[in-house]
Design a protein around this ligand. Structure first.
Ligand code: GDP
Ligand code: MN
Length: 402
């Protein structure tokens, strides 16, 4: 699960990670009030207005309606509301959002941390993620912070330092020092970075995250180390033990069909094709997608209704698939193990009647317990539903109907 920058920074701060302070706002008035409060708390006189969306590249991105960038600097309190107005409710397009962009509902008003001083501020990259091949977490760091790290990884991979963490002993002090040293830091900044890495790693483990990306980590002109940006991805499978984090979920950032599917307990992933499919079991769903491709179609989705499909789950699945205008046919492929085929067939017929105007062909392939009875129910329903027992026949019907 992804969370917003302002939420991520709040969590990191709780683990002692030093951050660029900020206050979230939903209107230009709230933005000004937030700036005033920040001024009182931190003494900052410049403010950064940052669009809060689940995508990076905001600084270089553009708001369609106003032409404003997604991260802008306000050099006085009075500039804050107008800069916020240029971003709020607008559609921000970045290289990560796709051309349709994302609507901005909130902005983070942050203190300016690039103030002049004894040295130039420097930007670094720091990431923690799971290295599945090695079976342990890896810390990645680079002096090329602020930039597109994918480009750095591709063109100058030697500029990315990696430090793998042995899960049995955890992060060792020498490893944090090694990273800080490789970043070319010394003195206060070196000590600050070592502490930063430790706090960050603690936060990563304690929150069951699968990825942290802090880009940039800033060395300020007076040698403080701060998280200026924070991208945090929490492992969905661990959310049951982090109720407070689970509550941070922002459904407006997610695909509406996937949200509805999750609420109905269905496993749904939208794809680009024209044949909707509804299957019980992830393995059978994968095999069904293969069959659809072999028959000349393209799957419009992955949908696993689980082992205990009933009329309600079938109906919910139908509704979700029907939301996709690309769908030209639906293939239902259910193996009746615990659930009986005649019950599924009744469910399909019932759902079909409840939803009403389904104008696309539906091919139902039922195999297993009471398959014959199931096929009979569908045949006798008089609906535009095609029954098949053998998967090969189902595939042939898909081909014929699309
Ligand atoms: P991203 O573009 O979505 O990755 O958003 P970031 O939070 O990384 O911010 C983008 C850029 O805004 C940074 O790389 C900085 O160059 C700039 N920026 C962020 N905070 C400040 C600040 O406090 N002062 C100034 N002058 N620039 C900032
Ligand atoms: Mn960034």
């Amino acid at each position: 699960m992804n969370i917003h920058e302002y939420q991520a920074k709040e969590i990191l701060k709780g683990y002692g990670v030093t951050i660029q302070e900020g206050i979230v706002a939903e209107t230009p008035e709230e933005a000004q009030a937030a700036a005033k409060k920040l001024n009182a708390e931190t003494g900052t006189e410049w403010y950064v207005v940052k669009a809060q969306i689940h995508a990076g590249g905001r600084g270089k991105g553009t708001v369609n309606e106003t032409g404003s960038h997604g991260v802008v600097l306000a050099k006085s309190l009075d500039e804050v509301p107008e800069k916020a107005a240029g971003i709020l409710k607008g559609t921000l397009v970045t290289h990560q959002t796709g051309p349709e962009g994302k609507v901005v509902n909130k902005v983070l008003i942050a203190q300016d941390v690039y103030y002049p001083g004894e040295s130039e501020p420097s930007e670094y990259y720091l990431g923690i993620l799971l290295d599945r091949a090695k079976g342990c977490n890896v810390i990645m760091a680079s002096t090329e912070g602020g930039m597109d790290i994918e480009t750095v990884a591709e063109e100058t991979p030697e500029k990315i330092i990696k430090e793998w963490i042995d899960p049995t002993v955890g992060l060792q002090a020498f490893q944090a020092r090694k990273v800080a040293f490789a970043l070319g830091l010394e003195g206060e900044a070196f000590k600050g970075m070592v502490k930063f890495i430790f706090s960050l790693y603690k936060a990563y483990e304690a929150t069951d995250s699968s990825m942290f990306e802090i880009n940039p980590v800033l060395k300020t002109s007076d040698n403080k180390i701060l998280a200026v940006d924070a991208k945090v991805d929490i492992d969905d499978n661990a959310l049951y033990r982090h109720k407070d984090i689970a509550e941070l979920r922002d459904y407006t950032e997610e695909d509406p069909a996937e949200v509805e599917a999750a609420k109905s307990g269905l496993n749904y992933v939208k794809l680009e094709g024209n044949v909707g499919c509804m299957v019980n079991g992830a393995g059978l769903a994968m095999a069904t997608m293969d069959i659809i491709k072999l028959s000349g179609g393209e799957p419009a989705n992955f949908l696993d209704v689980g082992g205990s499909a009933n009329a309600q789950t079938v109906e919910a699945g139908f509704r979700i698939i029907m939301k996709d205008p690309n769908v030209k046919a639906i293939l239902i492929n259910i193996f009746g193990g615990i659930v009986r085929c005649d019950r599924v067939a009744s469910g399909v017929v019932e759902a079909y009647k409840n939803i009403g105007e389904i104008n696309i062909p539906i091919i139902v392939r039922l195999q297993g317990t009471n398959a014959e009875e199931g096929a009979k129910i569908i045949e006798e329903s008089g609906l535009k539903v095609y029954s098949a027992i053998v998967l090969k026949d189902a595939a042939a019907k898909v081909k014929e109907l699309i």
